[in-house]
Ligand binder design. Sequence first.
Ligand SMILES: Nc1ncnc2c1ncn2[C@@H]1O[C@H](COP(=O)(O)OP(=O)(O)OP(=O)(O)O)[C@@H](O)[C@H]1O
Length: 389
Amino acid sequence: MIKAFLIKYGEIAIKGKNRYVFENYLVQQIKIKLKKQGEFVTKKEQGRIFVEAVSDFDYEEVLKELKKVFGIVSICPVSVLDDFDFEAIKKLAINHIEQEYEEKNFTFKVYARRANKNYPLNSMEIAKEIGSLLLEEYKELKVDVKQPQEKIMVELRNKVYIYSKEVRGLGGMPIGSAGKAMLLLSGGIDSPVAGWMIAKRGVALDAVYYHSHPYTSERAKQKVIDLAKQLGEYTGRINLHVVPFTDIQLYIYETCPHEELTIIMRRVMMQMAETIAKNNKGLALVTGESLGQVASQTIQSLTTTNAVCQLPVFRPLIALDKQEIVNISEKIGTYETSILPYEDCCTIFVAKHPVTKPNLKSIEKSERKLEKIDVLIQESLDQTEVIKI
Ligand SMILES: Nc1ncnc2c1ncn2[C@@H]1O[C@H](COP(=O)(O)OP(=O)(O)OP(=O)(O)O)[C@@H](O)[C@H]1O
């Protein structure tokens, strides 16, 4: 049975002197992901990562987990041997084909590499010997040196490795290698996708959700928790900050011109997210905004929102169409939850004709009427519930 995997990574390999830092993050993420799958030895080995099971494990489940680790470009199930005796290597090759292929009727080419140049056979000879062996053993196999369906890799390094299948990983950078950010997570389609995209660049995530009970229900909150869990499958631990937002929203509603509600509310959200981020080592904010999607997502609106933030605001969906966002959300598994029909606080207090080109000065003028806002913000931050996902 296959008990090991060779993990290949792309972008990390072109890092300079601090490449090892990124490799360490990747090893750490793999270890975290496989924790519940059994016992594994995970270590760096010559520009790749080698994962070997030392207990029983579920092959499909382990592959599924590894396919959710950012930084991995491909996963090769590998047959491994400590014995360099060529007869033993031949047996390993047969074993490998037996385990990896039900139908043995493909074209193939053997590629060999050896680290020890004193080994009695050179790479060409190893490839030739193993190729002839496979042809002899499986009558339906054919060699195709130009466009083989299967590439059989035989590598003699510190151990003997034989692999032939490469399962594609997600790519990107390992979580944590690019710091941490605070995701503004609503129950919609967009923000989970935005979080996933930023996490793919190596950013660990915390999340904040503004909950306007009783205008938004417990089910709306549960939906956000479920989305955070689905996102957590890729990002690892997320601290979800559930901020009570009703009093703030009502106060803005009573005090400010209704056409400015959305933009003022958004500025308060960003301001609070920034405070929570700064208290939790967050280096940036992330939102699911996409240019032109709604009134609060025009260039003028985004500029007005940015004006209240010191931290950088990442909007990875800014140039994506709705369908492109939907496609990603289906791929990462958040779509079905996102389309559940529970209300969001932004949609409840929305004006009929919101400003689409807000002017910062007039927004600030309206905000000056919000004399109690600092007190309300502080109360709401004090009552924030932190859910560990
Ligand atoms: N209740 C909320 N809690 C936390 N963040 C929110 C909330 N509502 C909106 N946001 C943030 O503001 C962004 C824009 O929200 P808006 O409702 O305008 O757009 P949207 O396109 O419907 O986004 P989404 O699909 O993510 O809900 C969201 O992507 C999210 O990052």
